[in-house]
Design a protein around this ligand. Structure first.
Ligand code: NAD
Length: 355
């Protein structure tokens, strides 16, 4: 039976890179005799333009019926001044909530041939290979009230978490660590925030269930510093929604570009959503120069996590590495030594390597 994949291209470079991932999946389909069935739906700014809402019901329904969802990116200056319920990002937050995608997994791995592309010294980033496990459906981005008060002169955002929300993400992080180097760093702000104190208590309680995993607690401000001064000390990092949002973008400098970072967002028993860590990049949208690798590696994560196609996923990851090793670079990674390629050329190089 065909695996049903919903494509949500979204806005800006989202629509450019998602079709790169589709080309790569079609190459995998041919090589391994797998069947994928694709359908495309609107989300974000394009959905506001076409349907008057950033997350049309038909998009949610299609995602719920799918086996997996690939998302490009949403947002852009055209919608920046919209009221908050008509902002593209609402579509993104809405689909995460609708599918209960509580766990966001972001692997950050340095590629040897891209050490030059990072602003950090090669001896610092060489060998970095970590996984950020970010809680995705709770915390400050979802807590209510979140509003202006006192005629606009005061403001409130709310940070809430339940024990169950923390327990399930902490479990996912311990289990991820068991599959890797068995070291878990829990990042919080337990010296100040009550939510972090409960977070830390739960990590301590859970330790007994995973005796093979070593655990350390690091405050978020220190973690931000250690991530760029000594990144190789990390294996799996688990943290709440906003800290994870910030730290995962910071971690992207280890790979040289946001265009290299894939992610998986997983529900407890349902559909998974896979998307690059970057946004819609309005500054380069429409130029055909975006790096498609984060999106393509997200498709590989989809094969691994949603379809248990490990060999197929590995084939994509190996093809990406091989093309980079041949010194082909999109503009975000280019250092004048290799060969500069655009989105289509990079995609075709990866497709040809798979074939
Ligand atoms: P961004 O990630 O879109 O871009 C940041 C910088 O990285 C830009 O200079 C961009 O050109 C570059 N970049 C990003 N991805 C790239 C790629 N694949 N190849 C080459 N260069 C790449 O972040 P931003 O500029 O802060 O936000 C732009 C828009 O995207 C905003 O509307 C924001 O709300 C939205 N956004 C969406 C998501 C999402 O859909 N998941 C995430 C972050 C930001």
């Amino acid at each position: 039976m065909a695996n049903k994949i919903v494509l949500l291209p979204g806005d800006g470079i989202g629509a450019e890179v998602i079709y790169a991932a589709k080309d790569v999946l079609e190459a995998i389909s041919k090589k391994f005799g797998k069947e994928f069935e694709f359908s495309s739906h609107d989300i974000g700014g394009i959905a506001i333009d076409n349907h008057g809402t950033p997350l049309p019901d038909e998009t949610v329904e299609a995602c719920k019926k799918a086996d997996a969802v690939l998302l490009g990116a949403v947002g852009g200056p055209k919608w920046d001044n919209n009221p908050s319920d008509l902002r593209p990002e609402r579509g993104l937050l809405g689909i995460r909530k609708a599918l209960d995608l509580y766990a966001n997994l972001r692997p950050v791995k340095g590629f040897d041939k891209l050490l030059h592309a990072s602003p950090l010294r090669p001896d610092i980033i060489n060998g970095s290979d970590l996984l950020i496990v970010r809680e995705l459906t709770g915390g400050l981005y979802f807590g209510r009230p979140s509003e202006r008060q006192d005629n606009g002169n005061a403001v409130v955002d709310t940070l809430t978490y339940t024990r169950k929300e923390i327990e399930r993400i902490v479990d996912k992080a311990f289990q991820s660590a068991q599959l890797r180097k068995k070291h878990l760093t829990s990042v919080d702000k337990a010296n100040v925030l009550e939510s972090s104190k409960l977070w830390r208590e739960i990590v301590e309680e859970k330790k007994a269930q995973y005796p093979d995993v070593t655990v350390e607690h690091v405050l978020v401000d220190a973690a931000a510093m250690k991530l760029i001064t000594n990144p190789t000390q990390f294996d799996v990092i688990v943290t709440e929604n906003m800290f994870g949002d910030i730290l995962s973008d910071e971690a992207s400098v280890l790979t040289g570009s946001l265009g290299m970072l894939p992610s998986a967002s997983l529900a407890e028993d349902g559909v998974g959503l896979y998307e690059p860590a970057h946004g819609s990049a309005p500054d380069i949208a429409g130029k055909g120069i975006a790096n498609p690798i984060a999106m393509i590696l997200s498709a590989a994560m989809m094969l691994r996590y949603s379809f248990q196609m490990n060999e197929e996923a590995q084939t994509i990851e190996d093809a990406v590495e091989q093309v980079l090793n041949q010194n082909y670079h999109t503009a975000d990674l280019y250092n004048k030594n290799g060969e500069l390629v655009n989105t289509n050329e990079m995609t075709q190089l990866i497709v040809e390597t798979i074939e």
